[in-house]
Design a protein around this ligand. Structure first.
Ligand code: SER
Length: 290
């Protein structure tokens, strides 16, 4: 599938499940002093999450252009040096505003990846929030239970507050999350080290593709957690990473999202991509920034 076909299939799938398809919000955030640039698909819905604005639809989906170059979510140092972080990227997301919750989000994500896109379930691992004593939060047994319907126990991995409790910023909506990771390594590499040992270990071929956030709290300025007026689903999938997985590549820059740009940079600079590590990093940085 081409990148355009992948984007369309995501919207089509969630539209068929009763989601309103909404446009990407502008990347420069207006009217929210806590955030300069859009860092997640949920930003445009923040006021609905907090109960400050009425919901316009019970379910929505979109592809949101995000910029993670400052503040709580900042990937700038990784860009170009690795093959799967970007300054600007697209986030495919679906939302439920007090409609379906954990089970609906988990079942839909699984159906889309496995039945629609035909990713091999054996390559997929999921994480659940292990709980946090300081916050007074228990392990997310509910999410683990819903995942057991789809994956064997050894594909369900506990994650700590850093990886499995998503927060928009220092204040604002937040909640435990479950991430879906994919193992893109060769059979030989998998035999040597099982994928389960490499989840959340910065391996470039064992990476998170989709984050399902079970939004339940508002983090206040005094750092306390206040329950949201309604439980909300907020998911975000890395579009460029999904393209990598579906196009059988091992780098986002080898997908058709980036190859036209890399080819042009090569033509203009007279340098070949893939010959010299330092040059490759520079070419990836330029492609990303463009
Ligand atoms: N807000 C979550 C994230 O950015 C899920 O969309 O990862």
């Amino acid at each position: 599938m081409t990148a355009n076909e992948i984007r369309d299939s995501f919207k089509k799938y969630f539209e068929s499940k009763g989601h309103a398809i909404v446009p990407s919000a502008p990347m420069v955030v207006k009217g929210d002093p806590t955030l300069m640039f859009t860092n997640a698909g949920m930003n445009q819905f923040k006021d609905i999450f907090l109960g400050n604005a009425p919901r316009k639809y019970p379910r929505a989906a979109d592809t949101q252009k995000c910029l993670r170059v400052s503040g709580k979510h900042n990937d700038l140092e990784e860009v170009g040096h690795d093959t799967y972080h970007h300054t600007m990227f697209e986030m495919l997301g679906n939302w439920s505003f007090g409609d379906y919750f954990k089970q609906g989000a988990i079942d839909a994500a699984w159906e889309y990846l496995v039945s629609i896109l035909h990713l091999n379930p054996e390559d997929l691992y999921v994480t659940v929030f292990e709980g946090d004593e300081k916050e007074g939060l228990a392990r997310d047994e509910e999410a683990a239970k819903f995942w057991r319907k789809h994956v064997p126990e050894d594909h369900i991995i506990n994650g700590n507050k850093h990886d499995n409790f998503w927060e928009m910023g220092d204040t604002g909506p937040c909640g435990p999350c479950s991430e879906i990771h994919i193992d893109l390594r060769s059979d030989e590499e998998r035999k040597a080290i099982p994928g389960t040992e490499l989840v959340n270990k910065d391996h470039p071929q064992v990476i998170e593709i989709w984050n399902l956030v079970f939004m339940q709290f508002n983090r206040k300025a005094d750092q306390s957690l206040e329950p949201l007026p309604a439980k909300v689903i907020d998911t975000g999938m890395g579009f460029e990473r999904l393209c990598m997985a579906l196009q059988g590549k091992t780098s986002n820059y080898d997908t058709d999202v980036f190859t036209p740009m890399i080819d042009k940079i090569a033509a203009l600079s007279g340098k070949q991509y893939g010959e010299d590590h330092k040059v490759d990093v520079a070419m990836r940085v330029i492609a990303d920034h463009i």
